[in-house]
Design a binder for this molecule. Structure first.
Ligand code: PMP
Length: 310
């Protein structure tokens, strides 16, 4: 089966889903997207789409910021997603990418009175960071974009120039990932991940006011830390130097899972090995996200495609 896309209100082979060169979003980054995990369960022959509704609620919030009015409810978007999966014939873990954007072929720089469109594409699940062996990070020379520049609480296309600058700088300097600071020098997040520290026995993560995306993995980790480990997460401002003093630091994200950081700015984090709390959270998180923990069934949007026709 060829890969399919949902594009211009219909399903079509991915190869036919094309935009014109005057598309406003292509020039100005005026779109917003999300990234969703579809975990394939070979025993049940079905997908577990993790927190699907929450991803679409977040995308619709970003649409409000960009004045994009989609004719779909969260339920409609969930149904379009499962139909796309059914047509695409994947039988493996997938990454689902919905994108709402200013589709008008018009070079005006504005948000209002411009046509919008919405598409969904599906790919196989990317391996983004080495979660088994841990990653090496640097503090980026690029600062995180501020809420009154481009609001980072929305996954807004243009915002990812900031992430791409930081990621490339980090990788070209021999690191795996970058940690961005806010304008005032507080720790914000990774280029596509939230960040947590274990310091002085506390689990700490930067607050929404430090220009982070309110990550769904971040929320998941906070809830499993509370329920399974009895640990409450402290949301507070984090100084750069606390990164150097923490016993454990890890990143969280849909494509990155729980990724232990072993080194920051060429200083070992704690013992330089994966920490105890990080390892425990990684283990529980994987079970939860794969759809194997019934306690969290409210987060599972399950869907079994019909068997492929002979
Ligand atoms: N921050 C940024 C900038 C991101 O792009 C992502 C990935 N969506 C995250 C954090 C993590 O968010 P989530 O856990 O919802 O994937």
């Amino acid at each position: 089966m060829p890969p399919y896309a949902f594009f211009r209100k219909q399903f079509m082979p991915l190869a036919e889903a094309r935009v014109g060169v005057l598309t406003q979003a292509l020039h100005y980054g005026t779109g917003c997207f999300d990234g969703i995990r579809g975990n394939w369960d070979s025993e049940r022959e079905g997908f577990c789409l993790f927190r699907l509704q929450d991803h679409y609620k977040r995308m619709l919030d970003a649409c409000r910021i960009l004045k994009i009015a989609l004719p779909y409810s969260v339920d409609d978007l969930c149904r379009l997603t499962t139909e796309l999966l059914a047509r695409s014939g994947y039988r493996e873990h997938v990454y689902i990418r919905p994108l709402a954007y200013k589709s008008a072929e018009n070079l005006a720089i504005r948000l209002h009175d411009l046509e919008d469109d919405f598409l969904i594409v599906v790919t196989t699940f990317p391996t983004y960071l080495d979660t088994e062996n841990g990653v090496r990070c640097c503090v980026s020379s690029w600062h995180r974009v501020d809420d009154n520049m481009i609001p980072p609480r929305g996954k807004i296309c243009g915002l990812y120039v900031n992430s791409a600058l930081a990621k490339t700088e980090a990788m070209e300097n021999g690191f795996d990932e970058a940690i961005l600071l806010t304008q005032s020098g507080h720790v914000s997040e990774g280029t596509g991940q939230n960040i947590f520290l274990v310091l002085g026995g506390e689990l700490i993560t930067p607050p929404s006011s430090d220009n982070i995306l309110m990550g769904i993995t971040r929320d998941t980790v906070m809830r499993i830390a509370r329920n399974e480990l009895g640990v409450d997460t402290v949301e507070r401002q984090v100084d750069r130097s606390e990164l150097y003093l923490a016993d454990e630091v890890f990143l969280t994200g849909t494509a990155s899972d729980v990724a232990p950081i072993l080194e920051i700015d060429r200083r070992p984090v704690g013992t330089g090995k994966i920490g105890k709390m990080t390892a425990e959270l990684q283990k529980v998180f994987l079970e939860v996200v794969m759809g194997r923990n019934p306690e969290y069934c409210d987060w599972y949007y399950t869907f079994a495609p019909k068997p492929a026709e002979e």
